[in-house]
Design a protein around this ligand. Structure first.
Ligand code: 0RA
Length: 661
């Protein structure tokens, strides 16, 4: 195709190239772009910050596909000065020749026909394509402006669009000696609730993509502002070894117990399988799975296959080595995954996604493929590395022993709670409403703020649960310690969900959840943000379903109260404060008084209600699990033993607003 004589058909009246040589005709028209504008959320998930960033992923995914097909090495992304996005690659360039059936150029088809991109090049191994896999035409539909620049056949071509409609035909705008595609788009502000891109969100997705697709260079440049050295903010990602480096990155702040990261790379039953795994001295399981570069947070057949293969292979080795001879109890599947960090990545031609968030793989044949791949590679590794093998088996035995102790502690707690009547903790000030979907519980730092919140709340639907000081650091504690902890028992009991093992809690019994909004409320200072992080870590590790189902929130108390005479303004940011001081400063009487709220305790009940608890006025930040892998790493860093990186991180992101998980 590349050496075709491609002219551009400017008038759209005459065909260029012919169908024997070129297969552009095979593109099928599936749906109009109006549908996308009418119901954007159906195509990109939502029209908030997540959907906004999804547009970039969609474009980058096309370039990744080109790279996976072996034609592209570098992908550069830019946040431009005007807030638009540019994604540029050095692939073959989107074809620009005439498409018979559509009566327009292939480029225009790719950019204006839903799903056209994927149907284009059947021979290439195309498995990428974002969660919704809608293609770049969908980005076009949702952009007030989009420009495609194609470098191909010694020419530079260009075509511009607005809300998905061509502003003209594709034209030759110059000569070139390179190939590639550059897409620039400006998200439509009438569609999205915000059009401001966040560097960190894009950065973490590009990093993830670099690890998942080794040997591709991805860069991100933020042209909106320069730093003190007059440089744009810039990040570059390249991984020579892929998943192995991903696991090393995730475990950077954990103590490894084995020498090497175990690497699995195989193709079984036509399914390419890549896995990297390593054990560390923590007590949590950190297994992240991907299908076609999509993080499958609900797991699925590939994850089941991995667990099966891992358990069977380790069990067989342990039995053969005689290390289990004296053991008087059964080892469970969970025990094999305590302290395990792993990334599983499979590429599936026609993935079936199931589950609430459509991130659970359903294809049955993938299970056996992953099982077989991990069994073979791990079996060989254990034979060749007896030292590591012994360490892993010892860790598994320790996990099984601890699990038994945890179960005993848990049973004790549950018996006690049955005995204590209602089973609700004494410190809980419950609400009157019984319909859980209308109920909220505030987890409040400290008894004194808890008291204010109790006075300030609407007791009809708001419950208050004061937590004393810092709750247990679950990242460092063993399971039975966690379930013996008073504050943690109180949280479980108040929420009405039973205390489970790590594995049980992944499938929490959310029908019993007594409040559909669980709101963390702490002081707006460093200590408060640390406590918020501790509580979020707890939910992340032990009630991840609660987060995944959108039940966890963080309250946002104001930082300042600005007063002048009778006028009062609450402020949440430094910018707010400056503006308020300027506004109120224009008045005549008295001076402007600035009160800095250091803690919730400095507000009276009415103020707390007005600013932070009243649903009409408050802002709640919903916690989501955008990137579970990134969240995992951040939690292990914030909560782990390694103090310097934690301090560095907290200082850099002085507000907890940044550790959005
Ligand atoms: C369709 C067919 C071919 C390449 C592409 C699309 C393509 C799309 C994008 C989107 C961003 N970068 C891209 N690079 C390539 C194959 C064309 C050929 O065979 O030459």
């Amino acid at each position: 195709m590349d050496n075709l004589n491609e002219e551009v058909n400017v008038n759209n009246t005459k065909a260029v190239g012919n169908s024997n040589e070129y297969s552009a005709d095979s593109i099928q028209v599936l749906e109009g772009l109006e549908a996308v504008r009418k119901r954007p959320a159906m195509y990109i998930g939502d029209t908030n910050i997540k959907g906004l960033h999804h547009l970039v992923y969609e474009v980058v995914d096309n370039s990744i596909d080109e790279a996976l097909a072996g034609h592209c090495k570098v992908i550069d992304a830019f946040i431009n000065e005007d807030g638009s996005i540019t994604v540029s690659d050095d692939g073959r360039g989107i074809p620009v020749d005439y498409h018979e059936k559509e009566k327009k150029s292939a480029l225009e088809v790719v950019l204006t026909v839903l799903h056209a991109g994927g149907k284009f090049d059947k021979d290439s191994y195309k498995v990428s394509g974002g969660l919704h896999g809608v293609g770049v035409s969908c980005v076009n539909a949702l952009s007030s402006y989009l420009k495609a620049e194609v470098y191909r056949n010694g020419k530079k071509y260009q075509q511009e669009f607005s809300i998905g409609k061509p502003l003209g035909n594709v034209t030759v705008v110059g000569d070139t000696d390179r190939t590639g595609t550059t897409i620039t788009f400006k998200p439509d502000a009438s569609i999205f609730t915000t059009v401001e891109y966040n560097f960190e969100i894009l950065e973490s997705r590009l990093r993830e993509l670099a690890y998942l697709n080794k040997k591709i260079r991805l860069t991100l440049t933020d042209k909106r502002e320069k730093d003190e050295n007059d440089n744009f903010r810039f990040a570059e990602f390249y991984s020579e070894e892929g998943l192995k480096e991903f696991v090393a990155f995730l475990d950077e702040n954990r103590e490894k117990i084995t020498e090497n990261i175990i690497n699995v790379e195989a193709e079984k039953a036509g399914v390419p399988v890549e896995i990297a795994l390593q054990y560390n001295n923590s007590y949590s399981e950190n297994v992240h799975s991907y299908v076609n570069n999509i993080n499958t947070i609900e797991g699925g057949t590939h994850l089941s296959g991995f667990r099966r293969g891992l358990t069977r292979t380790l069990k067989a080795y342990a039995e053969k080595s005689g290390m289990l001879a004296k053991l008087k109890f059964e080892i469970s599947g969970d025990d094999f995954r305590e302290g395990l960090t792993a990334v599983i990545s499979v590429k599936v031609q026609e993935p079936q996604f199931e589950g609430q968030t459509k991130t659970k793989l359903g294809n049955n044949d993938v299970m056996g493929a992953v099982d077989q791949a991990v069994s073979e590679a791990l079996g060989n590794y254990l034979e060749e590395n007896p030292r590591d093998a012994r360490i892993i088996v010892q860790k598994v035995i320790l996990a099984a022993t601890a699990r038994l102790a945890a179960r005993k502690a848990r049973e004790l707690v549950q018996r006690k709670s049955v005995l204590s009547g209602s089973g609700l903790p004494g410190k809980l000030a419950d609400c009157a409403e019984r319909d859980a979907s209308l109920c909220e519980i505030y987890l409040v730092e400290g008894d004194s703020a808890g008291g204010t919140a109790k006075q300030g709340r609407d007791r009809k639907f708001q419950a208050i649960m004061p937590l004393r000081g810092k709750i247990l650091n679950v990242e460092k504690a063993m399971n039975h310690k966690i379930f013996e902890n008073e504050e943690i028992k109180n949280i479980f009991q108040a929420l009405g969900v039973s205390i489970g093992t790590i594995d049980d809690s992944m499938a929490l019994n959310l029908e019993k959840l007594r409040y559909h909004k669980v709101i963390i409320m702490t002081d707006a200072d460093i200590d408060g943000s640390h406590i918020t992080t501790l509580i979020m870590t707890f939910f992340f590790r032990h009630m991840q379903d609660l987060i995944a189902n959108g039940h966890l929130y963080v309250a946002t108390p104001p930082l300042y109260l600005i007063k002048r005479g009778q006028q009062e303004r609450y402020c949440w940011t430094e910018d707010d404060r400056q503006r308020a001081v300027e506004d109120l400063g224009k008045g005549k009487e008295g001076s402007v008084h600035i009160q800095r709220y250091k803690g919730l305790g400095e507000m009276n009940a009415e103020q707390l209600w007005e600013t932070t608890m009243n649903p009409e006025k408050r802002t709640l930040r919903q916690i989501t699990i955008d990137s579970a892998a990134e969240a995992d790493r951040i939690f292990s860093m914030l909560m782990g033993d390694d103090v310097p990186p934690r301090r560095e991180f907290i200082e850099k992101h002085a507000k907890y607003a940044k550790i959005d998980v």
